[in-house]
Design a protein. Structure first.
Length: 78
């Protein structure tokens, strides 16, 4: 399904990222729908390509758990 998307457009990139993350987390549609940009961080990683060369690529990783849980906790109530 991801291969059929036009990933040259912002919408196609968004849809591809959502599908890949949903597959990775084995989630339901409602779980990926609740994801927020603040739930992930974009980092640069070194990977090996098909020819064995090391290349730099961007990767999405979960944000620091303490930050995510603190942000999702909501306002403090006493």
């Amino acid at each position: 399904m991801v291969g059929t998307l036009d990933r040259t457009t912002p919408r196609g990139k968004r849809d591809a990222a959502t599908m890949i993350v949903d597959w990775w987390m084995a989630g339901r549609a409602s779980e990926s729908a609740r994801l927020n940009l603040h739930d992930v961080a974009i980092i640069t990683v070194r990977v090996e390509d098909d020819t064995g060369n090391k290349v730099l690529r961007k990767a999405l990783v979960p944000a620091a758990p303490d930050y995510v849980s603190q942000r999702n906790r909501g306002p403090e109530t006493w």
